[in-house]
Structure formats: C-alpha cells, structure tokens
Design a binder for this molecule. Structure first.
Ligand code: ASP
Length: 413
C-alpha cells in the first residue's frame, strides 16, 4: 500500500475517533487526548520540525549556489516574488468578492461576548528591515525563518561566486542534503500515526456546535480556498507548467496531507520539497530556492481566511467597508502573509493587524476563533500548494524540469 493511502486511512480513523470522543464519550476525551493523542501527534511533528532549519539552510545554499549566474538568480527571484505577491492579491480579491456576495455575517448571527486577547502583530517595516540577521546563529536557534533564508541565500551566493575554490564546502552541503532527505523519507513512515493523532485531537476538541454556528463563514472560506486551488493554481500548472491539475495534486498529495494534519507550512517543508522534486519533476535547485521561501512568505490560504474574516466581522458589526478600506485589506493582508510564520494559528494573530488597519475591533477575532483550528488545516494545505505551483511554473519556464523523472503523479515521497 502506498504511503499516501496509509496516511489517508490514518486521517479517516482520526476523524472517526475524534467524532466518537466528542459526541459519545466526552468524558474520555481529556485523558485519551492528553496521554495518547497529543504525545503521539507531537512526536511526529517534532520529528519533522527537527529537520526544518537544517533543510532550509542546506536547500537554499544549494539552490542559490546551483544558480551560479547572478542574472539567472535575479530572474528566478523576480519570477518567484511576483508570483507569490500576485497570487496572494488574487486570493484576497476572490475572498472579498465571495464574502460580499454571500455575506456570512449578515442575519441572525449573535455576538456572544466571548473575549480574545489581541496579540500585538509586529510592524511591517520592522519585519522587512530585520531580514538581514545581525546574529545568524541566533536566528537559527530561534527559528526566525526570514533571517535564516537571507543568510543561506547570501552564503549560497558566495559559494557560487568562488566556484572551484570552495567546492569542498559545497560537497559537504550536498551530502548533508542527502542525509536530510533520507531522514524525511524515514520519518514519513510514522506519518499515518501522526496524522491519526493530530486529526483526532482537532476533531475531538472542536465538536459540531462550533461548526454549525459558524457554518456560513466556514463555507465561504473553504469555497474560496477551493477556487484558489482550481482557478489560480490549476491555470498556473496547466498553462505555465504544462501539467494537468489532477496530476499535480496527486503527486503533491503527501505534502498536502501532512500540511492538513500539522497546520504548519514550515513543518511540512521537508515533505513538500521532496514531493515536488520526486513527483512533479521540479529541479532541486529551483525547489530548494522557491519552496523554503514560499513556506515562509507566501500564504494565500491564510490571506483568504483574513479577507473573509474581515468582511464577516464588519458584517456582524453592521459596518460597510468602503472601496478604500477594501484596498487597505488587500494591502495589509498581503504584507501580513509575508510576516506570518508557517506555524499553527499565526494567521489568526496577524488578522488583528488587518482588522486594525480598517478600524475594526481586534476583540472581534473571538468571533472566528471557534472554528479556526479546522480552517487552519485547510488553509495551510493551500499555502504550501501555492508554493509548489510556483516551483512547477519556475522550473518549467527555466527549462529545468527533471524530464528524466516520469511525471506520473504517483506519490512516492
Ligand atoms: N498555519 C498556517 C501555516 O503554517 C499559518 C496560519 O494561517 O496560521 O501556513
């Protein structure tokens, strides 16, 4: 049986067990969750998280060094960033249009007075200025991804410039990459169990009540996520990447499932890169450059949730947002997407920045809090799928597709 199938079965069992615990055996949920499900899920997540910083460093150094021509590096960088920003803006436009048409917050929705501690979102300028780390080791220790990315790209650039003089270091980095990729495959063997535990915890803790109360809002977010997948990524991979959308999804499915189970783009990165390289024919240097960057700065799914949530909250409060305010939402949510860390729940914290930018109360986040865990799973899957679509497009446009790999869409990662 293929790994993807096994993970699917793990997820399905997780849903069943989560529902049983939630509906029939609520008293058992707490002990089963804290002594069995949470530790099992954490074990899996920690195993992959352990590899994230080393993989980002190694793959970006190799990715950058592999593109030795500075002109080519600039071109690939420009394509990647343009794609990331463009797709995020489109995602927000879709979210705003659907949110305005369906109006999930109009009607008999009641404010239940729940309160939310609004966390302070970091100012955008500061985020951008701090990208160059004064203390690169400190950034690695603290998992500050933008800084680690900048440092790795700079080192890769140096290696490319020095060429044969530093080929020893390059060789070591290549070997480190082999070790890390091998470990990803090994760790993925426990993914079915990890997925089972993570999903059972999420479903068991949420229950139906939150879902029915928030049904319309959830529906709009999920529908726009689907639109983004089919319209935006579908046209990217088929027109620019010359690949069928279903082949793309099938080949990338191991990563989609892990993103769904972990709600973390960053933790999924090792699996996403492997799937893109092995199943979608993306060259190693392009994948190594585009995907770590995307997992950190490109979050279309998160932007969609923020767009819909902002409209939803404005509707609940009976506020009509002007065109200028809607443009502000697009701008701030795009910037928020760059600043959002690829870990569970951060999108919700960054929502406070978007709400503040149009004068909506931050406490209103409490309105969407109840179902955020479930939406986080879905938007994270979209977040990393956008990065992979970009990798397929850039790889194809640079003529770097690994054509020797048969792109069957068979999930081997
Ligand atoms: N969990 C998301 C991710 O890792 C970020 C978020 O929207 O909270 O991509």
């Amino acid at each position: 049986m293929s790994l993807t199938k096994k993970i699917f079965i793990g997820m399905a069992l997780g849903i069943v067990v989560g529902l049983i615990l939630n509906v029939a055996l609520p008293d058992f949920f707490e002990p089963v969750n804290s002594y069995f499900l949470v530790p099992l899920g954490k074990l899996f997540v920690n195993l992959i998280k352990m590899l994230v910083v080393p993989i980002v460093i190694v793959s970006l150094i190799l990715g950058t060094a592999g593109i030795s021509d500075p002109k080519k590096l600039g071109r690939i960088g420009a394509k990647t960033i343009t794609f990331f920003l463009g797709t995020t803006v489109v995602a927000l436009i879709l979210a705003i249009v659907m949110g305005s048409l369906v109006k999930p917050g109009k009607g008999d929705f009641k404010l239940d007075g729940a309160s939310f501690e609004g966390a302070e979102a970091p100012p955008v300028i500061e985020t951008l200025l701090n990208i160059i780390p004064a203390n690169p080791l400190g950034s690695m220790v603290n998992g500050e991804m933008l800084q680690v990315i900048a440092f790795s790209i700079i080192i890769g650039f140096g290696l490319a410039k020095l060429g044969p003089k530093t080929e020893g270091i390059l060789k070591i980095v290549e070997q480190a990459n082999d070790v890390l990729m091998y470990l990803v495959t090994a760790i993925m063997k426990v993914a079915p169990y990890g997925a089972f535990a993570l999903i059972a915890t999420a479903i068991g803790g949420q229950g139906f009540e939150a879902i029915t109360a928030m049904g319309k809002y959830m529906f709009v977010v999920l529908f726009v996520l689907l639109l983004q997948l089919v319209l935006v990524y579908g046209s990217t991979v088929s027109v620019l990447g010359k690949m069928n959308l279903l082949t793309f999804i099938k080949g990338f499915s191991p990563a989609i499932i892990v993103a769904f189970s972990t709600s973390s783009s960053s933790a999924t990165l090792p699996v996403s890169m492997k799937a893109a390289q092995n199943n979608l024919g993306v060259s190693k240097s392009i994948s190594g450059f585009v995907q770590p960057l995307g997992a950190t700065i490109n979050m279309d799914g998160t932007a969609i949730m923020q767009g819909v949530a902002t409209l939803f909250i404005a509707q609940v409060y009976g506020i009509d947002l002007s065109l200028g305010q809607l443009l502000t939402v697009i701008l701030t949510a795009t910037l928020a997407s760059i600043g959002t860390a690829g870990v569970p729940g951060v999108g919700l914290i960054m929502l406070s920045m978007v709400l503040t930018s149009v004068g909506l109360p931050v406490e209103a986040i409490a309105l969407v809090l109840g179902v955020d865990r479930l939406l986080d799973m879905c938007r994270t899957a979209i977040n990393i799928t956008g990065d992979a679509a970009c990798a397929v497009y850039v790889s194809r446009s640079e003529g770097e597709t690994q054509d020797d790999i048969e792109i069957t869409g068979e999930a081997k990662a």
